[in-house]
Design a protein around this ligand. Structure first.
Ligand code: HPA
Ligand code: ZN
Length: 355
């Protein structure tokens, strides 16, 4: 990726660049299955499940929030409307259609197993069977691959996280599509330390470790995630405030799952121009772009790349480099990584396309 000269100025032709970005093969590493569900889909699921189906207005009202706490509640409200294996099959398949439209070749998708267990106390296996059916149909129809990461909700505490991670370990033996674990939720209520032993246990079981870190709290949240062994960090928004941390992230090349629109929409980053993504990139951090919860934020991965170009002056060649990062930081086997990296490298130059 580094061999190409970077064009001196940001790409400016919006429509042509949008088309180029949508065609650029890339991976999405921070995407919540439940956060891909559109209000219209909730209505359609509800028609199947409920005697008094949800109206579109009522569904849309679930998606309204004004701050990070409200966002977490909206996410939970959506998740609670997902009931049957068929629901999970349908949303997985619809997610993959959306990924295809954004030019995503591969996605690593968080599923909030923590919410299923903690709030709903229902068995996860049947729902997962639905997800797997959706995934296989989606792979076949859209040519997109998906791997699963089981996400716990940190403010439900280590006992709940233990159930989620142990379920991931147990099910991984049967399903090679399960590759890792993570914690999301409200960092203001707990850092990563209480999960240290559970992370060690998950690693022992052969799972990869991710963590949302430094989204709503300072750099200490990122240090603690690194200290318990997180291999990939979600958001890492506050790393900018700590030069020593930046040094460590650069030296270890710990992949950052950056979610620009998410941070602005949840109020974690007040103005988009203040987002540290360009600063991180220029300082040599392993930056990847991601959409997090596209149905809640009104974005998708192609839009995130375009935003990076428009607001932060990333050139088309920078965007190609970010796509390369996303594949390198993925949990795919080396042969598949190489194949995708080659596709990214061979993708035409933006200028050639525009001419
Ligand atoms: N942060 C914390 N919790 C979440 C997120 C997030 O980005 N998305 C879904 N749950
Ligand atoms: Zn997230």
């Amino acid at each position: 990726m580094h061999a190409r000269p970077h064009s001196p100025s940001p790409a400016t032709d919006d429509a042509a660049l949008a088309q180029w970005v949508r065609g650029l093969p890339k991976a999405e590493l921070h995407l919540h299955l439940e956060g891909t569900v559109a209000p219209e889909t909730l209505v359609s699921l509800s028609r199947r499940n409920d005697e008094e189906p949800l109206t579109l207005d009522a569904a849309q009202s679930l998606y309204r929030y004004t701050d990070f706490t409200g966002f977490l509640l909206a996410f939970k409200a959506i998740t609670e409307r997902l009931r049957t294996p068929e629901d999970y099959e349908e949303i997985t398949y619809a997610m993959m259609r959306g990924l295809r439209a954004a030019g995503v070749a591969h996605a690593e998708v968080y599923v909030s197993v923590g919410v299923v267990y903690y709030w709903r106390r229902i068995e996860f296996e049947p729902l997962f069977a639905g997800m797997e059916r959706g995934r296989m149909r989606g792979e076949h129809d859209f040519g997109v691959s998906v791997l699963w990461i089981f996400d716990a909700v940190r403010h439900f505490g280590p006992e709940e996280a233990a159930r989620v991670f142990r379920k991931a370990a147990e099910m991984q033996a049967l399903h090679s599509s399960i590759v890792g674990i993570g914690v999301g939720g409200d960092e203001r209520r707990t850092g990563a330390e209480p999960f240290r032993d559970l992370y060690a246990e998950a690693r022992q079981a052969g799972l990869h470790l991710t963590a949302h870190a430094g989204e709503t709290v300072g750099p200490e949240g990122i240090w603690s995630a690194i200290n318990i062994g997180a291999e990939r960090l979600g958001h890492a928004l506050s790393a900018e405030r700590d030069d020593e941390l930046i040094e460590v992230l650069a030296q270890k090349q710990i992949p950052l799952e950056i979610c620009i629109t998410s941070n602005v929409r949840t109020g974690c980053c007040v103005k988009v121009e203040d987002h540290p993504v360009r600063n991180y990139f220029d300082r040599g951090l392993m930056v990847t772009l991601n959409s997090d919860d596209p149905a809640l934020f009104g974005s998708d991965l192609a839009e995130e790349y375009l935003l990076a170009s428009r607001v932060f002056g990333f050139t088309a060649e920078h965007l190609r480099e970010l796509a390369g990062n996303s594949v390198e930081a993925s949990l795919l086997p080396p042969a598949r990584k190489l194949q995708l990296l080659r596709q990214i490298e061979q993708y035409p130059d933006f200028e050639d396309r525009a001419r």
